[in-house]
Ligand binder design. Sequence first.
Ligand code: NAD
Length: 475
Amino acid sequence: MYTDLALHIDGQWLNGDGRAGEDVINPATEKPLGRLPHASAADLDRTLEAAKKGFEVWRNTPAYERSKVLRKAAGLVRERADKIARIMTQEQGKVLAEARVEVLVTADIIEWYAEEGRRSYGRIVQGRQKAVRQMVMQEPVGVVAAFTPWNFPTLTPARKIGGALAAGCSLILKASEETPGSCVELVRCVVEAGVPPGVLNLVFGVPAKVSEHLIPSDIVRKVSFTGSIPVGKHLAALAAKGVKRTTLELGGHSPVVVFGDADPEKTADTIAAFKYRNAGQVCISPTRFYVQEPVYDRFLKRFTDYANGIKLGDGLENGVTMGPMANSRRLDALESFVSDAKTRGGKIVTGGKRRGNQGYYFEPTVVTDIPDDSKVMTEEPFGPIAPIVTFKTLDEVVARANSLQYGLAAYAFTSSVATATAIGDALESGMVGVNSVAISTPETPFGGVKESGYGSEGGIEGLEAYTVTKFISQA
Ligand code: NAD
């Protein structure tokens, strides 16, 4: 059982009805799950008008009422978590337990924004004359166009839906064409919770055509994108032409620094589990492992044991701990990382190849003896491949960790408070986990530096991203 795929425009669900479209593929079987309609140019124009009208309605709805709708939506997501998770596993590949956690976190995000939207305060600044009131107001930025990828089909849309709607904006969401079903279900929850027509619209299509239609429109005042760096740069350039606010959450290449005073087994268990989550298709996935020489052998052994213990298979099956890659592009990419590693003298300790010939399965892989300028150490792998190398000193590892243009997430493990403080300060990264991998929660800011993007989603920063500041001086 999959789901009915449809567009949602101006409060109406629209299916095929003569529209162009594409098949959605189950990556575990390579079989089609359903047919996704694409929005036509006329549909997109109608969506823009609907969002404009929706914005007027929603910005004038009290924050208290908006909060009630979002809170109800979060409740519906929780009630339907099992159903939505099954849809997600079929279209994206992640194991059912992970899909379920994602859906529950999706509900948490929407609920958190429901609460925080009521606390979007301004301030009064003392006037220079007694009768003057100087008011600093936070207003919703306007109509938002948001673009989300296939690796977190409901969590990433929830960050944009929650932030935008809590702030009083209307939203046009173009979710991933490869994983549309679970997002359709998420939008159903928000719609059934009572959001007025035009406030939340969902479209699909050829990504470049949709973004090039929506972003230049005068109606759109803010662009939010999660995805790859090249696409992010392209969309930022489109937005810049209209001086539109932009939030970009792009890729990463997260260093993990394991110091000699960390417990190597405990650290390996924690970080390996985090590494192979969603088959490594996570923007904050740990991707470069620098381990200090005294604990290297023990860390490598335990990490490799973890990788070898993973059960690869269809995420709907009991006992499976890692599903297929989400699409065939990832298989090709991973093969090229492994072949480059081999030609650069790298040793494949485990894995390193596709498993079977039906379904996009790739083995959990560990690589050692690999130079810092190899492909896997410099380009985001977005897959279950872990290069593990040694280092000697803190200064050396900081320089190596900071050497790339990425700056999304970084991790370090140590039992020394002084080292923990030093490495936390030194890593050039939007988020740093020190003896922790808990760097993504609804309450905390999530976003990168350098080419990993700008702006934050989550935390009070995630709400502010959808507001503009207005100053009123009233005499
Ligand atoms: P891609 O660059 O083609 O697409 C990335 C996402 O952007 C997709 O969801 C796609 O639908 C969307 N997209 C592509 N072109 C667009 C356009 N012109 N306008 C609007 N949206 C557009 O790459 P891919 O093969 O899907 O993924 C490859 C790489 O993307 C990964 O290796 C990873 O580096 C990165 N990625 C990052 C994230 C993240 O969470 N930051 C998520 C998915 C992919």
